[in-house]
Design a protein around this ligand. Structure first.
Ligand SMILES: [Fe+2]
Ligand SMILES: [Fe+2]
Length: 262
């Protein structure tokens, strides 16, 4: 969008400079929404029983329709979207997943495990953070080997539990993120315990071992570096992700049209 218009919308350059990075992102999103000729309504995940600030005033912008269809603010997805297209046009945290897969490949892990590392956080990057292992596993389950989806599901809980025998320590980053006294919910503990005794434990554990947050700044990894592995182990539907009527097609469609009113 036009820089001058954006600056005016936030009250000028000085006001913008005083904002935090997330405030700037919110302000930009707000300004882009206002410029859009349709109304964007973000889904409300739960009620806060009256604690949620003033209600949206209905009828203010009756010159606009609600957002439906391709959001012009986002890169347009093709009619038959591929997994690689989602990496390029929809997912965030892409370098994190690519670097994790790169490390898994350097460590000589099987292709299936490399693909699990490549896919492990796609829910964080494209759909939802909460329980991202579970959502991510469901997203890919129709298209990958059962072991890959299983490993993605359980990497989330196993991340919270060290296994020094295989060289995995509790992430130092989690102490910074959640505080030194954080204790995972009981369902997380139960799922980690279940996973630990499962025949595919090491596949999920390898995701956590190769889950890198400290990137090599001198290396840029591209999704195309994994085109061969994706081709061999991800069953790309002919109709395109989102349009193949699979059990998770609606989840892919949600990422294609994230701001649709309904
Ligand atoms: Fe994760
Ligand atoms: Fe991760």
């Amino acid at each position: 969008m036009d820089r001058r218009k954006f600056l005016a919308s936030v009250g000028g350059a000085t006001a913008l400079a005083a904002m935090s990075a997330s405030e700037k992102a919110d302000a930009l999103e707000q300004a882009m929404s206002e410029e859009l000729d349709s109304i964007v309504v973000k889904p409300q995940l739960c009620t806060t029983y009256g604690q949620e600030g003033p209600p949206i005033q209905r009828g203010i912008k009756r010159d606009k329709y609600f957002m439906m269809g391709h959001d012009p603010r986002l890169p347009r997805m093709s009619d038959k979207p591929t997994l690689i297209e989602f990496y390029k046009k929809r997912f965030g945290s892409v370098q994190h997943m690519l670097q994790s897969a790169r490390l898994a490949r350097i460590n000589g892990l099987p292709e299936k495990t490399v693909l699990a590392c490549l896919l492990h956080d796609i829910s964080v990057g494209g759909l939802i953070r909460m329980d991202h292992g579970y959502w991510g596993a469901q997203l890919v389950a129709p298209y990958v080997d059962e072991e890959i989806a299983w490993a993605i599901k359980y990497h989330q809980s196993l991340r919270f539990y060290a296994d020094p025998d295989v060289g995995y320590e509790y992430p130092e980053a989690y102490i910074r993120y959640f505080g030194p006294d954080f204790v995972p919910e009981p369902y997380v503990a139960a799922d980690a315990e279940y996973a630990r005794n499962h025949k595919w434990y090491m596949t999920a554990r390898q995701i956590t071992i190769n889950d890198v947050y400290s990137f090599d700044p001198n290396v840029t990894v591209e999704i195309e570096d994994f085109e061969d592995i994706i081709g061999r182990h991800f069953r790309q539907p002919e109709e395109g992700l989102g349009y193949d009527n699979s059990p998770s097609a609606h989840m892919w469609r949600t990422m294609i049209f994230p701001n649709n009113f309904l």
